[in-house]
Design a protein around this ligand. Structure first.
Ligand code: ITT
Length: 195
């Protein structure tokens, strides 16, 4: 069965393809020759993920899913959330985003935060949401060079190093994205068994 991933991000595509059960053929927006940027105008990760999946489902009429992720910091009322990618404005810069975050957090003792991924799936016309959360703390300074985004300032619960210091092996094992993906794969496996 064909399953369309509403993203052009090749790293995510490769990761998901490796995890999917045999009965699914994962295709991307590039396979459909679709090159436009998908709109994300929602106020929550759920709204954005659904917005992208609905748009793509309407256009191509095949089972599809999309994802949206972000960092939520308790002391900042769950900022940057949906604004994670462009927190410090344009041009998009991970360094500037982290500097802004650390600055806003400089007098905060509660450094609780989490990374969250929402996957929206439209499967045989029905909508499903899968959530993955990684709990942790915002560090006092930027540390490590692995990963991307806010990895150098995020210390997962149970660890004393940032995700950027832990490297891809740690990230792929415990990440929010992996957890949401696991739930999607369980759902798809279940459907293959029932088919
Ligand atoms: P797309 O092209 O697929 O939209 P993206 O980089 O915008 O990729 P997401 O929507 O998944 O990625 O995440 C939005 C932002 O949230 C991302 O740019 C980072 O700043 C932050 N983020 C998400 N997942 C992260 C992770 O695993 N580690 C560090 N930062 C992350």
């Amino acid at each position: 069965m064909q399953l369309l991933f509403a993203s052009s991000n090749v790293n995510k595509l490769g990761e998901i393809r490796e995890m999917l059960p045999n009965g699914y053929d994962l295709i991307s927006l590039s396979d459909k020759n679709f090159k436009e940027e998908l709109e994300e105008t929602g106020e929550t990760l759920e709204e954005n993920a659904l917005q992208k999946a609905r748009f793509i489902y309407k256009k191509f009429k095949i089972n599809c899913f999309s994802d949206d992720s972000g960092l939520e910091v308790v002391a900042l009322d769950n900022e940057p959330g949906v604004n994670s990618a462009f927190y410090a404005g344009l041009p998009r810069s991970d360094k500037d985003n982290m500097k802004l975050l650390l600055n806003k957090m400089k007098n905060e003792s509660d450094r609780t935060a989490c990374f969250k991924t929402i996957i929206a799936l439209i499967f045989n016309g029905k909508e499903y949401l899968f959530e993955g959360v990684l709990d942790g703390q915002i560090g006092l300074e930027i540390a490590g060079s692995g990963g991307f985004g806010y990895d150098p300032v995020f210390i997962p619960d149970g660890y004393s190093i940032t995700l950027a210091e832990g490297g891809m092996e740690l990230k792929n094992r415990i990440s929010h994205r992996k957890k949401a993906l696991n739930k999607l794969v369980l759902f798809l496996n279940d459907h293959l068994l029932k088919a």
